[in-house]
Design a protein around this ligand. Structure first.
Ligand code: THU
Length: 134
C-alpha cells in the first residue's frame, strides 16, 4: 500500500463524511504495520456539536477496533480546501498514543496531495506516559 493508494482510501472515506453542520468534509486513511490496506475514516458530526468525531480519530479508532493496538506507518488526510489543513490537536494527541514523531502525515484535497510533514512537526513534545512501540 503506497501513499497514492491510501489517498484513494481517504477520498472514499471523505465521501462518507456526515457533516451537515459545518459542511466541512474530511477523509483520512491510516496505514498500519502488518496490513496491506489503509484504514479509512471520515468526520461524523452531531447535533450536540461536542460529540463530533474527526476523520483522523475515526480512522484510528476503526483500525484499533479491527486489529487491536496498531503501529501507524503513515496518515493521509483530505479536505475540500485549496490549502493543506492540519489535524486538530485532539486527533494529534490521540495518534500520539500509538505513533512516533517520525510518522509521515500527508495532507491534500480532492485534487491532489499538497504537503508531507512528520507527526512531530505538528505536535512536538507530545504527552506520552510510555515509549511508543517501534
Ligand atoms: N475535522 C476533522 O475531521 N479533522 C480535523 O483535523 C479538524 C476538523 C472535522 C470536524 C468537523 O466535523 C469539521 O471538520 C469542522 O471542524
Amino acid at each position: 500500500m503506497d501513499v497514492l493508494n491510501a489517498y484513494q482510501v481517504a477520498l472514499q472515506a471523505r465521501a462518507h463524511s456526515y457533516s451537515p453542520y459545518s459542511k466541512f468534509k474530511v477523509g483520512a486513511a491510516l496505514k498500519i504495520r502488518g496490513q496491506g490496506q489503509a484504514i479509512g475514516g471520515c468526520n461524523i458530526e452531531n447535533a450536540s456539536f461536542g460529540a463530533t468525531v474527526c476523520a483522523e480519530r475515526s480512522a484510528l479508532h476503526a483500525a484499533i477496533s479491527q486489529f487491536g493496538p496498531v503501529v501507524p506507518e503513515f496518515l493521509v488526510v483530505v479536505t475540500g480546501e485549496a490549502k493543506a489543513t492540519v489535524p486538530c490537536a485532539l486527533c494529534l494527541q490521540s495518534l500520539a498514543e500509538f505513533c512516533d514523531d517520525a510518522m509521515p502525515i500527508y495532507l491534500g484535497n480532492e485534487r491532489e496531495l499538497l504537503l508531507e510533514r512528520k507527526f512531530g512537526d505538528f505536535l512536538p513534545y507530545a504527552f506520552r506516559t510510555f515509549a511508543v512501540p517501534k
